[in-house]
Design a binder for this molecule. Structure first.
Ligand code: NAD
Ligand code: ZN
Ligand code: ZN
Length: 390
């Protein structure tokens, strides 16, 4: 089959690889009808996430048709079912899964010991996202093996198109979880850094959850335009002072809630802190650029919440703990517990409260995947979200 394969930093190829097969009775094989490139894939593309090996199949936002079901998954799935696959693989039975903490499932990561060495305890297995999260082949491919398939799926009705439901596997629940973590009150201002796909979903989610005002910060004009179409007031950090505009928009009080939908590759303004981050990342002394976290901690109203869906990889420097402690800020973060939210979000799509397909700007075949990684990373050609039809 054809698949998008990681060969090293900035080297993704469309290769022929062996078809997946059932390896465990709880597995299923699906034929991928639609998949997408996620902002998290860019951290792999740019070589910032540890644990990738040449030959790894990428992709963790995908859906398709069930082709084959292992004997222990047949009570939940049958051949022909149409499913979206959550990027977090979960068993549904461990203590964390029972609490709905699916992204830290204790059983789905095949490389638990490695993850535990890095993080103190294991986290869940993820599709196409390094050997630290299990080394599972991803879904930017014609076929995928879905482990723990009796749990790791979301059945979707034929009345909705692939484009309407695909993002239930990642960016929609991610934006939603980020907004839920803000515990939004009606007069809250929610400020969201990043108008990429996750930021766009966070804007719509914050509004659906009743935020008084949503502010979105980025510098890419078409992304800011899409943010405004979703109901946000926007700040272009290349043209305006983020701090001054936020003061104006919040009567000098600061936003009660701040969301980091940027992650470890934040572009710095010409501030000293972001220059230090960039220099350290360049010589592998630091893994993450946390300029956005520092800016959020600085502007946030005391007793506010910093919600961080943006992905980080390792240890960070110049972390403003004193600011966070003295202002009484709460930090909430994590990989998304996808299936905790999907029943509710699928219902909202069916009811027409939101149609997540608004974010798609490019649809291509799998052979064009490698060039689309670059187009998406460089935000060329108005690219906001790439969908691939394998
Ligand atoms: N927690 C999860 O489960 C989860 C799931 C999906 C994605 N993510 C993460 O969310 C983040 C965003 O994903 P995406 O798909 O939207 O990616 P993206 O790269 O398309 O979007 C990031 C946006 O941030 C903007 N940006 C960069 N520096 C900035 C700054 N200093 N201030 C304001 N904006 C800035 C960029 O211009 C870009 O538009 C990534 O880190 C991704 O890994 C996390
Ligand atoms: Zn993702
Ligand atoms: Zn589990």
């Amino acid at each position: 089959m054809k698949a998008l394969v990681w060969h090293g930093s900035k080297d993704v190829r469309c290769d022929n690889v062996p078809d997946p097969t059932i390896e465990d009775p709880r597995d299923a094989i699906i034929k991928v009808t639609t998949c997408a490139i996620c902002g998290s894939d860019l951290h792999l593309y740019d070589g910032y996430m540890p644990g990738m090996e040449s030959g790894d199949v990428l992709g963790h936002e995908f859906m398709g048709e069930v082709m084959e079901v292992g004997s222990d998954a047949r009570s939940a799935l049958k051949v022909g079912d149409r499913i979206v696959v959550p990027f977090t693989i979960f068993c549904g039975e461990c203590d964390q899964c029972k609490r709905g903490n699916f992204s830290v499932c204790e059983r789905s990561n095949r490389n638990k010991d490695w993850a535990a060495k890095a993080f103190g305890r294991t986290t869940a297995g993820l599709f196409g996202y390094s050997h630290l999260t299990g080394g599972y082949a991803g879904g930017q491919a014609e076929y995928v093996r879905v482990p723990f398939a009796d749990k790791t799926h979301v059945k979707v009705p034929d009345s909705l198109t692939d484009e309407q439901v695909l993002f239930l596997g990642d960016i929609f629940p991610t934006g939603w979880q980020a907004a839920v973590a803000c515990d939004i009150q009606p007069d809250d201002t929610v400020a969201i850094w990043g108008a990429g796909p996750v930021g766009q979903m966070a804007i719509r989610s914050a509004i659906l959850l009743g935020a008084g005002q949503v502010i979105c910060i980025d510098r890419v004009p078409e992304r800011l335009e899409m943010a405004r179409a979703g109901g946000a007031v926007t700040i272009n950090f290349d043209d305006e002072s983020v701090l001054e505009r936020i003061e104006e928009l919040t009567s000098g009080k600061g936003p009660e809630k701040c969301i980091d939908a940027v992650g470890m590759e934040a572009h710095g303004t010409a501030t000293l802190d972001s220059m230090i981050d960039r220099a350290k990342q360049a010589v592998m002394l630091g893994t993450d650029r946390i300029h956005v976290v520092r800016e959020m901690a600085y502007v946030c109203r005391p007793a506010g919440i910093l919600s961080i869906p943006g992905v980080y990889g390792g240890l960070v420097d110049k972390f403003p703990l004193g600011m966070i402690m003295n202002k009484g800020l709460t930090i909430r973060t994590g990989q998304t517990h996808v299936n905790r939210w999907t029943d509710d979000l699928l219902r909202r799509i069916e009811e027409g409260q939101i149609d997540p397909s608004f974010v798609i700007t490019h649809t291509v075949g799998i052979e064009q995947g490698p060039e689309m990684y670059k187009t998406f990373r460089d935000k060329e050609d108005g690219c906001i979200k790439v969908v691939i039809k394998p």
